[in-house]
Design a protein around this ligand. Structure first.
Ligand code: GSH
Length: 311
């Protein structure tokens, strides 16, 4: 298996989801620490524009979005599975609920003034300004949800998780599934990154116990490399052959067209390239970069918008 390179930073909840999946599957990986906010020139050299965290690099192939990264890791290391047969549909649904609804509510709770002060303690004033401005811009200028509203919603989500844990050790049964990893990362942030606010977990002790069980899986074996080494690896690798992938077209866009792919929400920096594959579930763009050479950037269909570039 080629080296797995995870581009991430320690405080990223979505990165924590993938670090824990790597531990669950007992995989060895290379850790590339990237900036928490723009500018991210070494990220963009590989992704062509996409700036969210984390992304996975295998040689000259770049996989964006944790839903896709989980599928790629499952393919490379099927056991233990993220998608147990009896719950393979529902686990994706619960994971999507946790990633798209629990996450923003938990982060609005986690970033109320006491939590933000804890996380940003020791940061230079200019760095705080740049970080806040970056996230405001990512939200399209919208304010974060008020803390009081977030608290009520978060408590209600924690009760739902707690109900799911009443009869078994993990959310959907006796074994972990993708749902657990998606519900873990925002709640991990509360427990580990903003301990000043973790008393919200007191009302749901089985959620706290589950968090500790999840955390015990660890992160697998990792070794840190620099982002310039990662770019060098891409440059000296050949992208995966995509020519045999079944083509599924819902847009009237032929393979070989120049296209842009943009996230549906939050972080709308586009990636442009040649469409070399569009399967039932994902797109692949091929692009040239002065530093990274020819790279392929893969996106899931879910959560992303594909458009043809006008000639
Ligand atoms: N749907 C994306 C969400 C990723 C996401 O929102 N990541 C946050 C960090 S946890 C992010 O990109 N923040 C801005 C940044 O890192 O620049 C995924 O599953 O990968």
């Amino acid at each position: 298996m080629s080296d797995l390179l995870l581009h991430h930073y320690p405080l990223s909840p979505f990165a924590e989801k993938i670090r824990l999946v790597l531990g669950f599957k007992n995989l060895s990986w290379k850790s590339v620490i990237i900036p928490m906010y723009m500018p991210k020139p070494d990220v963009v050299a590989l992704t062509g524009g996409y700036r969210r965290t984390p992304f996975l690099q295998i040689g000259a192939d770049i996989y964006c979005d944790t839903a896709l990264i989980c599928d790629v890791l499952e393919h490379l290391q099927p056991k233990p599975t993220l998608y147990p047969e009896a719950v393979k549909g529902v686990t994706r649904i619960v994971a999507q609920w946790a990633d798209s609804l629990v996450f923003p509510v938990a982060m609005a709770y986690n970033f109320q003034p006491a939590g933000a002060a804890h996380v940003l303690k020791g940061w230079a004033e200019q760095d705080i300004k740049d970080f806040v401005q970056d996230r405001t811009q990512m939200r399209g200028g919208a304010a974060r949800m008020p803390a009081a509203d977030a608290t009520g919603m978060y408590k209600s989500y924690l009760r739902r998780l707690s109900h799911m844990l009443e009869n078994h050790s993990f959310l959907l049964g006796d074994a972990p599934s993708l749902a657990d990893f998606s519900a873990y990362h925002p709640t991990w942030y509360t427990l580990r990154q903003v301990p000043v606010l973790e008393s919200i977990l007191d009302a749901t002790p089985n959620v706290r116990d589950w968090l500790l069980r999840m955390e015990n899986m660890g992160h697998g074996n990792s070794q840190e490399i620099s982002s310039s080494q990662a770019i060098e690896i891409a440059h000296s690798s050949t992208p995966k052959d995509m020519s045999q992938e079944a083509f599924v077209d819902h847009h009237g866009i032929a393979l070989g067209s120049q296209v842009v792919i943009t996230a549906e929400s939050f972080g709308l920096e586009p990636t442009q390239g040649e469409l070399v594959a569009a399967t039932r579930t994902r797109y692949t763009l091929r692009r040239q970069d002065a530093r990274a050479g020819t790279v392929q950037v893969h996106f899931p269909r879910n959560g992303f918008i594909l458009k043809k570039v006008d000639a």
